[in-house]
Design a protein around this ligand. Structure first.
Ligand SMILES: N[C@@H](CCC(=O)N[C@@H](CS)C(=O)NCC(=O)O)C(=O)O
Length: 216
């Protein structure tokens, strides 16, 4: 049985949860012992990040490495399929998430917490929109990002684009996705594995945003 160490509000934990649900791999979930910013956690994960997993005594952090480990260690519906080139394209899209799109969404958090930073919104929106236009050019959206079936490419975006939508809504804006990504977003909204995986994350994100709304 997999133990997933993470937190309800963590989007990278939710990314791994999406993969676990698509793969149909049973897991239990718990907060990192001592808390994820604790010294105890940094002893286990040098960068101090979540998520991490434990499987039969094997411990691993870093969401992409975890998802690829699950791919190799478990049978069932794979998230890396097709030729070597097909699989490489899936991995490349997954890296676009971690390196180019998620950081643009994460950059919105300070604007929620500190209203004096909101004049940065137009430039952050332009940077995010640029990345989303580029993602739309890179992705197949047929209807999943890399083709007909869910792949490693979809796991991070399945969390990060709803997060962008929530954060922008809280800042009084509507996320305007390129047409191809709108169709993909509709596919995610109708994918029962994604919706089940996102339940804890949705609840935690809504609670966090409503706390903020009450205190601002
Ligand atoms: N590259 C890491 C990124 C994980 C990450 O940034 N996780 C956040 C929570 S979603 C975190 O642990 N941040 C450290 C902190 O907030 O102290 C991965 O893919 O697992």
């Amino acid at each position: 049985m997999i133990i997933l160490y993470g937190a309800a509000l963590s989007s990278y934990t939710a990314k791994v949860r999406v993969a676990l649900h698509w793969r149909g791999i049973p897991y239990t979930e718990q907060e990192p012992p001592g808390g994820y910013r604790s010294d105890a956690w940094s002893q286990r994960v040098p960068m101090g990040t979540i998520p991490a997993i434990e499987h039969d005594g094997f411990f691993l952090a870093e969401s992409e490495a975890i998802i690829e480990y699950l791919e190799e260690a478990f049978t069932g519906q794979p998230l890396l399929t097709g030729s070597a080139q097909d699989r490489a394209r899936m991995r490349a899209l997954a890296r676009l998430h971690d390196l180019h799109v998620e950081p643009r969404v994460r950059a919105l958090f300070p604007l929620i917490r500190q209203s004096e930073k909101r004049d940065l919104l137009p430039q952050l929106l332009a940077a995010l929109d640029d990345r989303l236009q580029r993602l739309a050019r890179a992705a197949v959206c047929g209807p999943y990002l890399a083709g007909e079936r869910p792949s490693v490419a979809d796991c991070g975006f399945a969390v990060t684009l709803p997060l962008a939508r929530c954060l922008l809504q809280a800042l009084g804006h509507t996320l305007d996705l390129p047409g191809k990504l709108k169709a993909w977003e509709h596919t995610m909204a109708n994918d029962s594995s994604v919706q089940a995986a996102l339940l804890p994350w949705n609840a935690a994100t809504e609670a966090w945003l409503s706390n903020f709304a009450q205190s601002s």
